[in-house]
Design a protein around this ligand. Sequence first.
Ligand SMILES: Cc1cc2nc3c(=O)[nH]c(=O)nc-3n(C[C@H](O)[C@H](O)[C@H](O)COP(=O)(O)OP(=O)(O)OC[C@H]3O[C@@H](n4cnc5c(N)ncnc54)[C@H](O)[C@@H]3O)c2cc1C
Length: 301
Amino acid sequence: MTVLLLIEQGEEELSRQALTLAAGLGPVEALSDAASHLPVERLWVAEGIGPYAPGAWASAVGQIIERVQPSAVIAPGTNRGNEVLAHVGARRDIPFAANCTAVEGDTLTRVRWGGSLLEEARIHSPLPLLSVAPHAVPAAGGAGSPEVETFTPALSETDLVAQVVEHVDEVVSGISLAEAKVVVSGGRGVGSADGFGILEELAGVLDAAVGCSRVVTSAGWRPHTDQVGQTGTKVSPDLYIACGISGATQHIAGCKGAKKILAINSDAEAPILASADYAVIGDLTEIVPAITAELRKARSA
Ligand SMILES: Cc1cc2nc3c(=O)[nH]c(=O)nc-3n(C[C@H](O)[C@H](O)[C@H](O)COP(=O)(O)OP(=O)(O)OC[C@H]3O[C@@H](n4cnc5c(N)ncnc54)[C@H](O)[C@@H]3O)c2cc1C
């Protein structure tokens, strides 16, 4: 049976990853608000849907569900993909499973706890709604020339109560992670987005870039572009300073090219110590500012 895929404009890589999972379940028809060259059977283009509004997208998805009668609806695991499917699920009173990496019948594998475990779960639903964990499955390649059907979704006032009104570009500054000679990277042990302040300070003194683990990006403390690892950026600096990072194999895959690794961790048994050239065992909230202060003192002497 046909599977309905949500294509998010501007998120081609993640949409292609979602296509990989969808294509494993059946022929794929897709819904978007603009042309797409993804290799799907048919492309439904929603016209006049306006600036992003989760309710409007939930209505559009609902209208295409009625026409296509798909066996499942798949979206990329972006903020919008997850938000739209949550709205669709709430409207139809059916479950939505986020962050899936595989589907076999009614059994799903999905990423939980910020990437620290893979859960096997069963979904009992007449229409499974699934988003695909970012950077966990390969992206479908190739280009297609799908049959295109345009339609104008019927929208009500309540579909538009929450709507994007303005885009503000992120200010990108500093040194690029992939090219930095020194990377100061933080993990769950940093504790919060604000906790990265002391890492930023140390990075400033060392002309370093700031990186992080996947737990950090999953928690929304830092953007995905800062993630080091198997599903993030691979770095090869002269020095990689891993603060509050346990050293999972998926993280080490991204920093093993570093010439030297300094681990700062409160756990003397943390796996990162097996990959580290130097280690300081203790609380990073004390150690990182102490290193910054010593460097400043040495430089002003
Ligand atoms: C398909 C897949 C792909 C993945 N890709 C990546 C990837 O690209 N990159 C990545 O990083 N992970 C990736 N992961 C996730 C990975 O398996 C780990 O879950 C993740 O790296 C753990 O992040 P962490 O080290 O920050 O957190 P944790 O494993 O929770 O470790 C936190 C560490 O902080 C220490 N700590 C706590 N408090 C303090 C303190 N005050 N001072 C000092 N130390 C402290 C603890 O002792 C611990 O060692 C992937 C997982 C999967 C399933």
